[in-house]
Design a protein around this ligand. Structure first.
Ligand SMILES: [Zn+2]
Ligand SMILES: [Zn+2]
Length: 267
């Protein structure tokens, strides 16, 4: 076996202390091709439970203020969310599916926001998770957003979901274990984070990257619990988005209740 063949399971065999950190993940591999109806996808077409209103973003958008006096929140016009990802449970069975749900829709407001998370710095789109039942959805025509940033409008993509096991960045490991991993990587002549351990790209579950800021824990704004990584949105390629100056956006979910507001981090 050459160093480049090392999988997350091989790393765990070599450094057994990593075993509790193995997490299932789904790599999405988006292709800029029309998604099959009924298949997981990035971008539209939209589906929504019949008779339920399509969600709107009522948050403040800092760009609204350019050249204008600051408006009161109740005067800020609501703008439609747009579909970012639609995921069937069979493609990511490891997600925390609430009872009776088999489909996750990730919607986002395609504008920058700067006051979604209190003290914790974040500048980017607002994100909502909707855990739904596929059979209850019907084709929908959401109103176009009143305002949008071009680089936050995804090009529709088909997905090739791949189940993998993922390991965290060294930042997430206790010091002694991080040292053991670094020593093993050096002996093998590999780079743990860049080539092995944590998988890059559009991903559900698994672990986020901390390559820009180092680890800043994401705690639930509602209950304070440490949140877990749900989705990595990557700039470029098929969906042709740009988040965080051509970086990546991480969406976190509360392990106590998936209905608590998501955590967001840009790298
Ligand atoms: Zn918004
Ligand atoms: Zn919570």
């Amino acid at each position: 076996m050459t160093a480049t063949d090392l999988s997350a399971t091989d790393l765990v065999a070599a450094v057994p202390g990593l075993a509790p950190y193995l997490r299932p993940a789904t790599l999405l591999h988006p292709d800029a091709a029309p998604p099959h109806p009924g298949a997981s996808r990035i971008g539209g077409p939209a589906e929504w439970p019949a008779g339920e209103p399509w969600p709107h973003c009522t948050a403040r958008h800092p760009d609204d203020d350019h050249g204008y006096p600051r408006r009161a929140p109740e005067e800020t016009p609501a703008t439609s969310f747009v579909p970012l990802a639609l995921i069937h449970a069979e493609d990511a069975p490891h997600l925390p599916w609430p009872d009776g749900t088999d489909l996750l829709q990730v919607l986002w407001c395609p504008n920058d926001h700067d006051d979604l998370q209190g003290e914790r710095y974040y500048y980017g789109p607002a994100v909502e998770l909707h855990w739904q039942h596929a059979a209850a959805l019907a084709p929908a025509t959401p109103p176009p957003p009143l305002r949008s940033d071009e680089e936050y409008l995804p090009r529709p993509c088909a997905l090739r979901p791949e189940q993998v096991l993922d390991l965290p960045d060294r930042d997430e490991l206790p010091e002694e274990l991080a040292r053991a991993v670094a020593e093993f990587a050096e002996r093998q002549g590999i780079e743990y984070e860049r080539d092995h351990g944590r998988a890059d790209g559009w991903k559900l579950g698994g672990w986020p990257s901390w390559h820009v800021t180092d680890l800043i824990p994401v705690d639930c704004g509602r209950c304070g619990e440490r949140m877990t990584h749900l989705l990595t949105v990557e700039s470029g390629d098929g969906p042709d988005l740009s988040v965080g100056r051509h970086g990546e956006l991480h969406v976190f979910v509360c392990p106590v209740d998936v209905a608590h507001p998501v955590g967001l981090d840009v790298q």
